[in-house]
Design a protein around this ligand. Structure first.
Ligand code: NAD
Length: 297
């Protein structure tokens, strides 16, 4: 029987384990604060930000929201980031990506104080992660590690194929999984848009992670018997629904679930963990900035 990995359940468990951290901080007079900045009128981005804010409110993290018009000057965003960097009540800063084309993404990520960089995308934090001394692990890759751990999926010595080389998912995940660490020690192959014969590579993997942003790119014929399949993709495809679309992963669920040992659904797989790990990183940031030790799960 294929196990359908319940991301909501795992996320709820980790969130419950974060509560004592908040109590420790509260005893020291600290309420973690997360600033979200949205410079877009894209519906999906608005939804992601509101889900993150709701998760903060549910757990007792203060959520401070800022919006800029998509056609505002890049400097308006940089000035806002500078203000948030200087505000001691803000422990984490999240600029929802993508930013408009006239704003250089790299400059935005570099502007955020590395100690408040709860997305983990600042080059200083990327460098720390790659060299095995992470401060903030990017939320989605960290969430995937937590999913694998919760499902007792061993990574040590296993072959992992990551489909996608983005700075947000593919690259940091591969870097985490190769680390000499209990939740690493894997042999990782990164595939991307120029990879030849993708199926041949995914088929020999013990763990396949699909993060390409291509609906149903990976089907059952590309999965080896007994593999674990992690579907990161969230793609809106036209459908005869109330909203006019439905969410589809990067994996063709029906055929893949016939061969896989365990598989994440979309939605309800990786997504909930991404949000939980943002809460985790915000608590980490508050702890680091206030010198209050917390015992993270
Ligand atoms: P991206 O567009 O930045 O990167 C996609 C990567 O996939 C690229 O590196 C590209 O080389 C590779 N790729 C594209 N087509 C390919 C193909 N045919 N074969 C092999 N590789 C191919 O995307 P991203 O930001 O990494 O996101 C990937 C997907 O994950 C998207 O659907 C996104 O919405 C989703 N996502 C979900 C979460 C979550 O929490 N569930 C978080 C982040 C991203």
């Amino acid at each position: 029987m294929t196990r359908i990995i319940d991301g909501n359940e795992i996320a709820d468990r980790i969130t419950a384990d974060l509560e004592p951290c908040l109590e420790t901080l509260a005893d020291a007079g600290v309420t973690p604060g997360l600033a979200t900045v949205l410079m877009s009128d894209d519906g999906a981005s608005e939804t992601y930000v509101s889900m993150k804010r709701q998760a903060c409110a549910d757990l007792g993290i203060e959520s401070i929201h800022h919006e800029l018009e998509p056609d505002a000057a890049a400097d308006a965003l940089f000035d806002r980031i500078d203000e948030l960097n200087a505000d001691p009540s803000v422990h984490g800063i999240l600029v929802q990506l993508p930013v408009p084309d006239h704003v250089e993404r790299r400059a935005v990520l570099e502007r955020i104080d590395p100690l408040k960089d709860v997305d983990g995308f600042h080059p200083e934090n990327v460098g720390r992660l790659v060299t095995g001394n992470p401060r903030f692990k990017p939320c989605t890759p960290h969430g995937i590690q937590k999913l694998l751990e919760a499902e007792d999926v061993e990574t040590a010595g296993k072959d992992v194929v990551v489909v996608g080389r983005s700075n947000i998912v593919g690259k940091p995940l591969a870097n985490l999984l190769i680390q000499k660490a209990d939740d690493g020690n894997a042999t990782v192959t990164i595939c991307h848009s120029r990879t030849e014969d993708l199926a041949e590579k995914t088929r020999r993997a013990d763990i396949v992670v699909a993060a390409a942003g291509v609906p149903e790119l990976v089907d059952g014929s590309m999965i080896g018997e007994g593999a674990t399949v992690i579907d990161v993709g969230v793609n809106r495809v036209d459908a005869d629904t109330e909203k006019g679309y439905e969410l589809v992963g990067d994996v063709e669920f029906d055929s893949a679930s016939r061969v896989a040992d365990a598989i994440t659904p979309v939605p309800g797989g990786v997504g909930p963990l991404t949000i939980t790990m943002l809460l985790y990183n915000t608590i980490t940031a508050a702890s680091l900035q206030t010198d209050v030790d917390v015992s993270l799960p």
